[in-house]
Design a binder for this molecule. Structure first.
Ligand SMILES: [Zn+2]
Length: 158
């Protein structure tokens, strides 16, 4: 539904989209999501380049050849980048929340997910604890369903 000119500013167009969809995850992401159900994080690797990828890719980003196989990523890793979100976005958790790109042990690339268990009452102070290079560990929920929200990162207890 689009309403025009219903604001003081006549140049605003209001819109709303509701889309139901099924997304075929395919072979590579399918195996990754199946791994999550067993509390395993599976990465693809390229034997030629000695690179491994998370999220898993079908093709090596350096040699452009099909990946050679799968490895199990470590359940600890290092923050490469992080932020604390303080603005509200539709369909995302109520702010503040922390997200980080973490390079898990044994993997060449970083994968984003939520960082939980961090006191966010003082955002600046919390951000200090999310510096690049900080080690974090993966924590799975009790009953994983094969979704990216099956796990999140946590900081070691201070
Ligand atoms: Zn390669």
């Amino acid at each position: 539904m689009v309403k025009q000119g219903s604001d003081k500013n006549e140049n605003v167009i209001y819109g709303e989209w509701h889309v139901r969809y099924k997304y075929s995850v395919g072979k590579v992401a399918g195996k990754f999501f199946d791994g999550l159900k067993q509390k395993k994080i599976l990465a693809t690797y390229c034997d030629k380049c000695k690179l491994s990828f998370l999220p898993p890719r079908a093709y090596c980003e350096r040699s452009f050849e099909p990946c050679s196989g799968w490895i199990e990523a470590g359940l600890e890793g290092v923050i490469e980048a992080a932020t604390i979100v303080t603005a509200e976005f539709e369909n995302l958790p109520k702010p503040p929340y922390a997200i980080a790109y973490v390079r898990l042990d044994g993997v060449s690339t970083a994968m984003i997910n939520f960082v939980r268990g961090l006191d966010l009452s003082d955002v600046k102070r919390a951000a200090e604890r999310l510096k690049p290079g900080t080690r974090v560990r993966v924590e799975f929920k009790d009953s994983p369903e094969g979704r990216i929200t099956d796990f999140h990162y946590v900081l070691p207890t201070p």
